[in-house]
Design a binder for this molecule. Structure first.
Ligand code: SF4
Ligand code: FES
Length: 260
């Protein structure tokens, strides 16, 4: 296949960006989308031009690094598929494909199609962990977890932190990501000791990073490569209200776990 790529090129977050057009020739349908970009970059390097910067790591849909808006849709719009798992067989010879980075104020552009997602790391640092002693591996069976809760926790834990939910949301909200991280710990016995602190701390950090608020558009769920469902946002809101009601002195504009 021969394709036309319209790619967002931007030197850094302080420089204006623009679309540049490139030809991708002799693309094999079995190539992954990122392999196709690798080939385009090899041609650019051979011509002495600056290669297109894009993020990737595992290329297996598990690390959350890949982050392409393909034809206006984060990860390309194939249900449950990260950019790195998308194959060129989904396109036709002669297609024109537009490539952009995640667009959100809390994810500043590093270069071209790469954005800085360290805001997500800071949300995790604000409470997305447990500090209860969990014992050795054999102790895992000592506390029984009902099957339904275990499966829900697994579903939430599948979030790879890619940020497509933010990119898809018209408010650039990080509610789906934060709710998945809050829920996967809050559903398990080991996650109970700091459940209130977790909800208050992570939501405060989410707000401090400049993410928008959820207004139930549902675009996040549609774009999520791990098909995380929006009912986790309801769980987040429940945890947040409960934490605020039961611990009134913890409510308010909290920005770090230390302040809590
Ligand atoms: S909820 Fe889905 S889209 Fe959002 S960061 Fe997690 S895996 Fe990515
Ligand atoms: S490169 Fe790891 S999820 Fe896509």
């Amino acid at each position: 296949m021969n394709l036309t790529l319209k790619v967002w090129r931007q030197k850094n977050s302080n420089t204006p960006g623009r679309f540049e057009t490139y030809q991708a020739r002799n693309v094999i349908p079995d190539m992954s989308f990122l392999e196709m970009l690798d080939v385009v970059n090899e041609e650019l390097l051979a011509r002495g031009e600056d290669p297109i910067a894009f993020d990737s790591d595992c290329r297996e849909g598990i690390c959350g690094m890949c982050s392409l808006v393909i034809n206006g849709v984060p990860h390309g719009g194939h249900r449950g598929t990260a950019s790195c798992q998308l194959h060129m067989r989904h396109f036709k010879d002669g297609d024109s494909i537009t490539l952009e980075p995640w667009r959100a104020a809390a994810f500043p552009i590093v270069k071209d199609l790469m954005v800085d997602r360290s805001a997500f790391d800071r949300i995790i640092q604000a409470g997305g962990y447990i500090d209860a002693p969990t014992g050795a591996a054999q102790d895992a069976n000592a506390i029984l977890v009902p099957k339904e809760r275990a499966e829900l926790a697994f579903e939430a834990a599948a979030c790879i932190g890619c940020g497509a939910c933010v990119a898809a949301c018209p408010n650039a909200a990080a509610m789906l990501f934060t709710s998945a991280k809050i829920s996967h710990l809050g559903l398990l016995p080991q996650g109970q000791p700091r459940r209130s602190h977790r909800a208050l701390g992570m939501v405060a950090q989410m707000d401090a990073e400049g993410f928008g608020g959820c207004t139930n558009h549902g675009e996040c769920e549609g774009a999520c490569p791990k098909q995380i469902r929006m009912h986790f946002i309801a769980r987040l809101n429940r945890d947040l209200v409960t934490a605020s009601l039961w611990r009134p002195k913890l409510a308010g504009p909290l920005h770090t776990l230390a302040e809590i």
